[in-house]
Design a protein around this ligand. Sequence first.
Ligand SMILES: [Zn+2]
Length: 600
Amino acid sequence: MLDRKNIDPKYKWDLTKIYPTEDDFKADYEAVEALVKAFPAHEKTMCQSAKGLLAAIDDDAKIGYTLSKLYVYAHLYFDTDNSNNVHQARMGRVRSLAVAASSASWFVGPYILRLDEKTVEEWFEEEPGLETYRRLIFKVMREKSHTLSDECEKLVASMGNALGSHGNIRGIFANSDLQFGKIRDENGKYMQLTDTNYVSTLMKPQRNVRRAAFNCLYKTYGQFGNTFATMYEAYVKERITFAKINKFKSSLEASTFRDEVTPVIYNSLIKSVRSSLPVIHDYYELKREVLGLDRLHMYDVYTPLIGECESKYTYEEAVEEVLETVKVFGEEYHSTLTEGLKERGWVDVYPSKGKRGGAYSSGCPGTEPYILLNFTETFDDVSTLAHEAGHSMHSYFSRKYNEPHNSDYTIFVAEVASTVNELLLAHRKLEECKSDAEKLSILDGLMETYKGTLYRQTMFAEFERNVHRMAEKGEPLTADVLNKEYMKLIRAYFGPKVAKDRQIAYEWMRIPHFYTNFYVYKYATCISAASAIVKRIETEGEAYVGQYIEFLKCGGSKSPLDSLLVAGIDMSDPKVVDGAIEDFASAIKQFREIYNSQAK
Ligand SMILES: [Zn+2]
């Protein structure tokens, strides 16, 4: 592992663009401290007049803006070396300032809710400065019919620590208390099986190791079915109770309301994916053929079709690959990203001691859209750069064309621009590359993405929906009921040819996301939207690209569904998902053709 100080600065991000010196950081820190200290004075005046309201929201926005800059600066330094005491201390200071800020401004949301709509409209007329906050105010006001009396809200807030702890309990139980025991690895040596190394063990080529891991893991889970069911039932009931208290028809409606989406979108996703199940069944059949098995079992489904491809990419080559891919987006996108990657120090490239793993894009209004990588020269890493560059360019356009408080786009669209880049890169490389081995590897990755993001997440989404519905009807969620419901979906999503080993019924116990209800469907809708966009870019070219760029410029100024409409994507139209399914089917077909021609 490299020492950070031996890495050429051109491969590290340039954080002096946020604050040239530590004194500049300090100056902003003190400015926020002063604003926070003075903020409680707004409590008396903010509901008295248009001017009072504007003054409070302005100061709140100023605090938010500067605080995010301080936070980005602190966390980016921290992530490059989390053992560094200076970085740790800076991070700690920003965190406590954030706590102080949120407790000083606690009343902003609740007080806006106290205003009636007529008064607010009059104030918009009277004070033009308020106009820029229209969407922000609207987002608070739309909660009005779902908000309780002050006293009840206070009561709920005071129980915050006790409520919402089911997910933590499940996590602690599954990750620290449960012991899965040991299995023999491919060399005959004993290895400790954990929930964390389970999936990587299931990717191994040795089938006996995979089978042992599968049996061993679910033997343990199976013994605690009643405990897991009780934890999950408690969580589901809590969500249902809150939905009722807050006057929603169902917990699904309550959750999608927060995303500014509706249950219709949720159900339409499931319906479309359901109607295309034969495509994923065919994928598993391909997997069976390539792995040379009589029958595919549940412990075979993670095994890659082929190993990682030999081709290596230097970082410079990766940058060129990504830039070539985004040329289709026109001048502003291409030149901004070129500058960002080559001159403006957006990227922290290589792994080093103490650096955080994985990859992300971060930043806020007033900073560059920084990218953290742990680049190791594989095609996967090139794809990751394309993905993160998609996030960064989405942020760039959102921040450039909106005021800071209107620039944040929501999770519902957050993975669209990144996935668009990833898919475009894969498609372009498939066209260009000459080697069959590399093509197969890219297709394998592409199919894996669709399987994991579109089908698996939709199956989870369907499970959640059905389970919440059952609980809403008053049916008890026992281990038996949950196992049966899960198995029903496994049968549908894996098709008649795959062996449904009975232990797979316990898989729901392993999924932490079920404790963040109705979240995972967003992965599936994002890849569907991205795929539909890629299709239009590839068929309509420049005539369409402008529309896509306009979508990137929306930031948080519109609801996520309205932003996607700007890109010509109507999420209520079942056809959106069809595009992703066609792309998946085409990858299966291409893979089979190349693979069969090689076998001859
Ligand atoms: Zn992403």
